[in-house]
Write a protein that binds this ligand. Structure first.
Ligand SMILES: NC(=O)c1ccc[n+]([C@@H]2O[C@H](COP(=O)([O-])OP(=O)(O)OC[C@H]3O[C@@H](n4cnc5c(N)ncnc54)[C@H](OP(=O)(O)O)[C@@H]3O)[C@@H](O)[C@H]2O)c1
Length: 239
């Protein structure tokens, strides 16, 4: 039985991770802002009892990260997989901003706080638990939008793409820093998946298919794959 922490697990891809990992017999730590607000999560809690731990976590808040660690470290002493999944597509209230003529400093700050800074501060804080894990893995959910090597399409997405490109750099640096601890660190593109995230209305993949693919990739990860960027089917992507 693995112990797996997932951020942003109230809906979308994160919630599907929780469902599939629980059904596979693992213990899941589902982190959300205000978990009591989500009936689907509460239903899973009812069914899986102590195998599902619900933790209140806003990844953009350092205090929230510290509180989440303090709460969790009283209950468990190891983490085998940490998935930084929480993410936002737009930093502002206005949808379809993030292009020339619609760029705002505050939106950049908000999106980097959630997509980039939150993940690295969370990893830093939770490292003692990860170091105790069995063949531990850190997965940063990124996007092909953050791949500089693959970028050809126009249309902006400056803050989102830059936040994921920066997250990719974090994965790379961490993979080097944590190599001697035998901790695998990767970035993962989940595919274009229909979720509650903006601009996924026409996406071809379901959360079920994306998460099924990602878990298969994780099952086959070895230390020689650390510091790489994969998609949900296990294809390596250019940074
Ligand atoms: N869907 C796609 O096609 C696609 C493609 C490439 C990459 N991705 C990446 O995949 C990840 C999941 O996306 P999704 O499509 O499942 O999105 P989603 O349906 O919008 O879900 C996003 C999740 O992130 C959480 N979240 C947002 N801000 C948070 C914060 N400050 N603290 C804690 N949790 C926070 C949300 O929780 P609340 O309920 O509290 O808001 C929600 O659970 C993201 O990192 C996204 O960038 C998605």
């Amino acid at each position: 039985m693995k112990q797996i922490l997932i951020t942003g697990s109230s809906r979308g891809i994160g919630f599907e991770f929780v469902r599939q990992f629980l059904n596979a017999g693992n213990r899941v730590i589902a982190c959300n802002r205000n978990p009591a607000k989500y009936p689907d999560l509460l239903e899973l809690k009812e069914k899986f009892k102590e195998n599902l731990i619900l933790i209140d976590l806003d990844v953009s808040s350092k205090i929230s990260i510290i509180n989440a660690y303090d709460t969790l470290s009283k209950e468990i002493d190891r983490l085998d997989i940490l998935i930084n999944n929480a993410g936002i597509r737009f930093g502002g209230d206005e949808k379809h901003c993030d292009k020339i003529g619609l760029l705002f400093k505050e939106d950049f700050s908000r999106i980097f706080a959630v997509n980039t800074i939150g993940p690295i501060l969370l990893i830093e804080k939770f490292l003692p638990l990860i170091k105790n894990g069995t063949n531990p893995i850190i997965v940063n959910i990124s996007s092909t939008s953050g791949s500089i090597g693959r970028r050809t399409r126009p249309g902006g997405g400056y803050s989102y793409s830059a936040s994921k490109a920066a997250l990719n750099m974090i994965s790379k640096v961490l993979s080097i820093d944590l190599k001697d601890d035998n901790i695998i660190v990767i970035s993962m593109h989940p595919g274009w998946v229909k979720t509650t995230m903006e601009l996924t209305e026409n996406a071809p993949l379901t959360t079920y298919e994306s998460v099924k693919g990602i878990t298969k990739v994780l099952d086959n990860l070895t230390m020689d794959k650390t510091g790489k960027f994969f998609d949900w089917e296990g294809n390596e992507l250019p940074w």
